[in-house]
Each structure stands twice: as structure tokens, then as C-alpha cells.
Design a protein around this ligand. Structure first.
Ligand SMILES: [Zn+2]
Length: 427
């Protein structure tokens, strides 16, 4: 063994006092008593799988004043995540083999955690999808316009499903109907106006279209950031190949909660009413939802402080996601089983990486947590370049240690590796 780790470990749905034997970055053995020269005893602290985030925007290349792969992945590491998947709406967009390859090489030099990339599906790259599929971890389709989105016409959905289904890669969707968005668009002065500009009806129409045009398709289809109770309702009896995600901001925040006209909470799809928020949170709790995904979408304070109508949409969240929900588990609002499934195991299985679970054969990616170690989230303590959070002062439990492939990434809340440690998890 290269390393043995002892602690109260989450294995197969419950906690066991046991040891993990790690060899070549993998969990090689799980045993009651196990020791090698390099042994760490975490005592009664919890050893949990590290999280996997299916949805981040690290803004690299093209918008590195907001974030870059180094700062974004460092934030992910401090938030207890071992692997992140980055979206294609960068500059240039990730729609060609060339731009995808460049991104992989660049992130390989910068990333603190393991990473993968989605390729965008646009009208002019349909002939390149097969080549892209050999390198990317999945495809992203935007059915509604948002920050630098690659808008895709829903009329071509069936055709694109036919094409992609043979390639064996998941397809992820931003589900807001463009026609509906255009119809409801107006000048926005506050969060209420933003909500009216992007009503849940647009999400409903789009989810219906995806369900309809993916009939008979076996490929993995993932609906990102479901934001409304109507959207959730449509997905209740979805086929097994369709999964869905919810973000921390949609399930923990609602616009009635005294946000006034703060453009800092402007995001697409919008944060909705407390009724939507509660429905979404209950869906997380009851197992109707597959994953929690951050949709980490950083913009600088200056950009967000612009007049409401011109302020960009998006909120950061990659570092606070796991800690916020760990606190809710501590408070008995959510079970450990649901937490680990939503943040670790399901996302890893959906995207097809051997992570997200403490199990022989999987990557030795885990975090160490002391539930007594509670703190308040403070912008100044976070590592994203954007320097703010929609969860300022919220209680949270941050991990003290983070291991990726058996290497100590964070010890006593200090980073132990240099950038470039993270590896590409695709082909
Ligand atoms: Zn996104």
C-alpha cells in the first residue's frame, strides 16, 4: 500500500470505523485494521467521498478576469470536490476539436482538481460532433439564450439526438424555450422583472420538447438546473436515461427573501418563489432529483453591480455547495445517503468517471470532515477570482482535508499541491 487512512468512513450507505488501503491512486482494499508506513488516523472524524460537479463555468479561455482554471479549481478543491466538468460557453466556444484540445492542454497546466469538458452543439458543427465525441465528456445544448450561449434551434433536436445517440456520450440541456423567452422579454429593473422575463412556462415548454424528441433514444440525457415546480413535475416519471440536476441557489434561495433589486442574484434560469424553492428542496430530499450541480458562473463585483438590466446573469457556487449541504445534514434537514448520492455517486456515474464513492477500484478521492467544525461563509475566505458569494454569512461545514487519487490536496485547510495536479478525465 502507498497509504492507509483510518476514520469513520462512509461505505455503502452507512458509516464504519475502518481503514482504506490506497495503491496507485485507487482504493485497493477496505478493512477493519490495516496499516502501512504511511498511515493517517482521523479518529472519529468523518471520511466521505469527494464531490463531483457536473456544471461549472471557469471562464477560461476568454474571460479570465472573472475566473480562470487555476482559481476556479482551487475553489472546487477547498469545497471538497475532486472533479469538475466545464461548460463550452467560453471564448472561443468549445465547438471544435481545436478549441477543445486547447482547453484540455491549458487546464492540464492550471487545474488543482481533476476535470472534464463538454463540447457545445451548434448549427455549424454537426459534422464535427463525432470527432468531438472522441475527446469530450459530453455535449451541451442551449435551447434558450443566456451568457454567451450557443443557441440551438429546437426544430433540429430530433436530428441531433439521432446523431449523438450512436456516440455514447451524455447530452446536457439548458432547458428554457427561446421563443417563450423572446415573447416575455422586457426591460428589467429588479429580480421580479427578471422572473417575469423568464417564466417557468419557458422551462416547461423546453422540458416537454426534450422529453418528446428524445423518445426511443437510449443515450444519457441530463436536464441541468431545474428551477420551477412545474419543470420538476414534468420530470417526475421520466425514463431511466433522463436525469436532472438542481443548483444550491435554486433550492436554497427565493426572490421573496429580501433581495430587493440586487443584480447579484440575477441568474438564468431565475431564482423563483419560495414555493418553487421548497418544491425543489423536497425533490432533493425525496430522491426525485439525481444531482446537485453548482452552475458556478462567476462575474466580477463591478460587472454584477451594473444597472440591473445590463448586469450579467450568473452566481458563483463551486466552493460553497458541499459545505452548505453538509451543514444541512448536520442539522438533520437532509440525510447522509441523499447528500452523498446527490453530490458524489450519481454525478460520477452519470458522466462515467470512477469517482464519487468509497469503493475498491474507484479513485481514492475523499474528504475529511468534523461536523463540529462549523463556520460562516465569508467572501474573503473563498478562492474564486470573483470575490463574492450569494451565501455570505450562511453556516457551513468545510472539509479539513481533501484527497484526490490518494494524494493530499488539502491538509488542515491549506493547499498541498501546485496547479497542474489535476488530470483530464476524458479520452
Ligand atoms: Zn451553466
Amino acid at each position: 500500500m502507498d497509504l492507509t487512512v483510518e476514520g469513520k468512513t462512509y461505505i455503502n450507505g452507512s458509516f464504519e470505523n475502518c481503514c482504506l488501503g490506497i495503491k496507485n491512486g485507487k482504493i485497493a482494499i477496505v478493512k477493519k485494521i490495516l496499516k502501512c508506513d504511511d498511515h493517517i488516523d482521523f479518529g472519529s472524524k468523518l471520511v466521505l467521498p469527494a464531490g463531483v460537479d457536473l456544471h461549472v463555468h471557469f471562464r477560461d479561455p476568454g474571460m479570465t478576469h472573472k475566473e480562470d482554471f487555476s482559481t476556479g479549481s482551487k475553489a472546487a478543491a477547498f469545497g471538497g470536490l475532486s472533479c469538475v466538468f466545464d461548460m463550452p460557453n467560453t471564448v472561443p466556444q468549445t465547438t471544435s476539436v481545436r478549441s477543445l484540445s486547447d482547453k484540455i492542454i491549458s487546464a492540464g497546466k492550471k487545474s488543482f482538481v481533476d476535470f472534464g469538458f463538454y463540447a457545445g452543439v451548434a448549427h455549424d458543427n454537426l459534422d464535427e460532433l463525432e470527432k468531438l465525441a472522441k475527446k469530450c465528456n459530453g455535449f451541451k445544448i442551449y435551447l434558450g439564450d443566456t451568457t454567451l450561449a450557443l443557441l440551438f434551434d429546437k426544430l433540429n433536436l430530433k436530428e441531433v439526438f439521432k446523431k449523438i445517440s450512436a456516440m455514447g456520450k451524455p447530452v446536457l440541456f439548458h432547458a428554457e424555450d427561446e421563443e417563450c423567452l423572446i415573447k416575455n422579454r422586457s426591460k428589467e429593473k429588479n429580480l421580479g422583472d427578471h422572473l417575469h422575463s423568464r417564466p417557468s412556462l419557458c422551462e416547461e415548454i423546453s422540458i416537454k420538447d426534450i422529453l418528446e424528441s428524445s423518445k426511443g433514444v437510449n443515450t444519457r440525457v441530463h436536464i441541468c438546473h431545474v428551477s420551477s415546480c412545474e419543470g420538476m413535475e414534468l420530470l417526475r416519471n421520466r425514463p431511466a436515461n433522463i436525469s436532472c440536476g438542481i443548483t444550491p441557489h435554486h433550492s436554497l434561495l427565493s426572490i421573496e427573501k429580501d433581495m430587493g433589486s440586487s443584480s447579484f442574484y440575477k441568474v438564468n434560469p431565475p431564482i423563483r418563489t419560495s414555493f418553487d424553492k421548497e418544491t425543489l428542496f423536497n425533490s432533493l430530499k425525496n430522491g426525485f432529483v439525481d444531482v446537485i450541480e453548482s452552475d458556478h458562473a462567476p462575474h466580477t463585483r463591478d460587472e454584477k453591480a451594473n444597472v440591473f438590466n445590463d448586469a450579467p446573469s450568473g452566481v458563483p457556487g463551486v466552493e460553497t455547495m458541499y459545505p452548505l449541504f453538509l451543514y444541512l445534514v448536520k442539522k438533520d434537514v437532509l440525510s447522509f445517503q441523499r447528500l452523498i448520492s446527490l453530490l458524489c455517486t450519481r454525478p460520477a456515474d452519470i458522466i462515467g468517471v470512477p469517482k464519487g464513492k468509497i469503493e475498491v477500484g474507484r479513485d481514492a478521492d475523499f474528504i475529511v470532515v468534523d461536523l463540529k467544525d462549523e463556520s460562516r461563509i465569508k467572501s474573503d475566505d473563498l478562492h474564486s477570482k470573483c470575490g463574492w458569494t450569494p451565501f455570505e454569512d450562511w453556516p457551513a461545514v468545510f472539509p479539513s482535508h481533501v484527497f484526490v487519487r490518494g494524494e493530499k490536496l488539502i491538509e488542515d485547510k491549506e493547499i498541498q499541491v501546485s496547479q497542474g495536479f489535476g488530470r483530464f478525465v476524458g479520452a
